[in-house]
Structures are given as structure tokens and as C-alpha cells.
Write a protein that binds this ligand. Structure first.
Ligand SMILES: [Zn+2]
Length: 348
């Protein structure tokens, strides 16, 4: 984070607390604003958001399914073994990754709602497959950005209290301020294309095409992105939250032979409204190809009602997108909440 952003962050917090919007706006204007690799910043005018909410509440096409099937298996809460690469889907963008004896967790979201308040906002319709206390010891938590469905403070607090000590929280630039304010740490900040060896894992921050905000006056003041992970000859890539962009080819060139990519496939309708920030299944399959992943797991669907498509539509759209590219089902798989996908190493 730059000195300018640090200097003004107390202004933003203070102004929000007091409700002095104009002061907050001034501080926002003075803060460092992050952008996508193509220089763009996604700005949805408030009017568009309101118009979509009104159309949603009157629209008969809203997702109305009940909970999706949940599996609970001993494997789902098992600790990482030497040489292992496996992914357990905990719902939405939360994936328990086992990478050669290290256990990582992407964007933990254990709460009943993905929202700043406990009484309103998108409500979980598929239950959490495992109680957070049942999970194995988490070594590293990877956060992609500060939206409420990805950065949930109560979930991070639960992880802070895990037996054996807090995990290391790895975050994009600027996100450390929020964690510090909430007393959550230790924190490692990594910018795009920066890497560090953490718990023996080579962790690299990579770009995604998205945006950030938690309040009315902090848009773009923290960064967003994905994470590439390599250890012991095994590798995985968490895409984060993203629209489609040229970033994925660059990531594929930089990291040849990625074994498993975790790619979002949900929250993509209505297309005009969502396409800048969320890929649809066709674009998710394109990302799978661009990064050259051996396998991909579809995430960010079937858990919270964030958009206008139903989980059944997501399943159909993924199947169609794979068929259109003549790819097998295991190229980009959807698995049940709680299920584990173990990736065997390529025979040499
Ligand atoms: Zn987001």
C-alpha cells in the first residue's frame, strides 16, 4: 500500500462512521485507486444497480432451487499428505486445497449470509458441508479481494481461533488494513507477479479483471487478484473473482503445466450487467484453455443467490460450453458441496 493510501485510510473509516459522505468522497479522491491490467476500473452507476434490483424482485426467472446435494466424507476434513494435490469444495469460492503436506483455504465464507449485516443480504441456500471446527489445521488462507462473499470477517475470526494457531493470511495490496483493524493476522501482502515462499509453498499473486469495495466510499482502494501455488512438483491456481481478460494467457505462459485451476462459473446473469466482473461458463472454459490447466474445478456457484441464473442453468451451461469446445467433463468439473477431487500426478 502506498503512503498516500495509508495516510487517508483513517479519514475514510472516520467519515463512514460519522456518515459524512462528502468528507469520505474527498478522502477517496485522494487515495490510491487500483485498476485492471488494461487500465480499466469497473464502475457500476448506483442507478444501474437499483434498476437491476427492481427487475430482480419482479422477475419470474430468479433462481428458486432449494439446497443442492451436500456430501460429508472423512476425506473432506483430512489433513494434506506428502505429494497430495486435492480440492474439497466448501461452497461458493471456499476451497480446501491440499498441496504436498500444506493445507490452504481460498476465500473462507462460513456465514449464513454474504453481507455486511447478519439480518439482510444474499442468504446461503446450500448448507456448509463441514463445521469450521471439523476442518483440518489450515496453514494458509488466500484472499482474492474484499467483497463480502469472498472476505467474511467472522469466518476469518473462526480460523484465527483454530487449534494449533492462526493461519497465515495472504492478501492483495491494501486488504491488509481491514485485517489489521479487525485484529486478524499474521498477514502477507503480495502484489501482482510478486511471489514468496510461505510454509514451503511458492505463492504468486496474479491479476484478475475485477474491482473492490466494502462501503460506499472505498471503491478500488484495495486490489484484487488470483494466486498461483507450487510445491513439491504439484501446482494449483485460484483464479479469484473475475471477468474475462487477456490476463489468463499471460498467466498460462508464466506458469506452464498447471495441474488444477479453480475457476468461477456462477453469478453471470444478466449478462450485460455482470460480464465485466464475472465470467460465464463459456468464458470459464476459455480461461481453462488460456492458462493451460490440466483440470479445472468450477466454483462460485450453487451457494448464495447473487445473480439471475439458477444453479441448474449453471450446470447446463458448463456442460454445453465443454461440448462446444469438444472437451471432456473432467476438463472443468462441477462437484458436490463437501466433495473432494484428488488429482493424480502425471505418470512420468
Ligand atoms: Zn467480487
Amino acid at each position: 500500500m502506498t503512503a498516500a493510501a495509508t495516510r487517508h485510510s483513517w479519514w475514510r473509516r472516520g467519515a463512514l462512521t460519522l456518515g459524512i459522505g462528502s468528507v469520505a468522497s474527498l478522502a477517496w479522491a485522494a487515495a490510491t485507486l487500483y485498476a485492471n491490467t488494461d487500465g480499466s476500473r469497473i464502475d457500476k452507476p448506483l442507478w444501474d444497480v437499483l434498476a437491476w434490483s427492481v427487475s430482480r424482485s419482479s422477475d419470474a426467472g430468479l433462481p428458486r432451487s432449494g439446497p443442492l446435494p451436500v456430501v460429508r466424507e472423512a476425506q473432506g476434513v483430512a489433513a494434506a499428505q506428502p505429494g497430495e494435490l486435492s480440492a474439497t469444495w466448501l461452497g461458493h469460492a471456499s476451497v480446501l486445497l491440499r498441496l504436498d503436506e500444506v493445507t490452504l483455504l481460498t476465500d473462507p465464507q462460513f456465514s449464513p449470509r454474504a453481507s455486511p449485516v447478519s439480518w439482510a443480504g444474499p442468504e446461503r441456500f446450500t448448507p456448509l458441508p463441514y463445521a469450521p471446527q471439523a476442518l483440518p489445521h489450515i496453514d494458509i488462507v488466500l484472499l482474492s479481494h474484499n467483497h463480502y462473499d469472498h472476505l467474511d470477517v467472522p469466518s476469518l475470526r473462526q480460523l484465527m481461533a483454530q487449534p494449533g494457531g492462526a493461519p497465515l493470511f495472504v492478501v492483495p495490496q491494501g486488504v491488509q488494513s481491514l485485517l489489521k483493524d479487525e485484529g486478524i493476522g499474521p498477514v502477507q501482502v503480495l502484489g501482482w507477479w510478486q511471489h514468496a515462499e510461505l510454509a514451503g509453498v511458492e505463492v504468486t499473486g496474479v491479476p484478475a479483471h475485477h474491482w473492490s469495495a466494502r462501503g460506499m466510499f472505498d471503491r478500488h482502494t484495495t486490489h484484487w487478484g488470483g494466486w498461483v501455488l507450487r510445491k513439491g512438483g504439484r501446482s494449483a491456481y485460484y483464479v479469484g473473482d473475475t471477468g474475462y481478460s487477456a490476463d489468463f494467457r499471460a498467466i498460462g505462459e508464466r506458469f506452464p503445466g498447471l495441474e488444477l485451476a479453480l475457476i468461477p462459473v456462477g453469478a453471470y446473469e444478466p449478462r450485460e450487467f455482470m460480464k465485466d466482473q464475472h465470467v460465464n461458463p463459456t468464458e470459464a472454459v476459455q480461461i481453462h484453455r488460456d492458462v493451460g490447466a490440466r483440470h479445472s474445478l468450477g466454483i462460485h456457484w450453487g451457494t448464495f443467490p447473487l445473480a439471475d441464473e439458477s444453479p441448474e442453468q449453471t450446470q447446463e451451461d458448463v456442460a454445453q460450453a465443454l461440448a462446444a469446445q469438444q472437451l471432456p467433463a473432467e476438463a472443468l468439473r462441477l462437484i458436490a458441496h463437501g466433495a473432494t477431487w484428488r488429482i493424480d500426478p502425471v505418470a512420468r
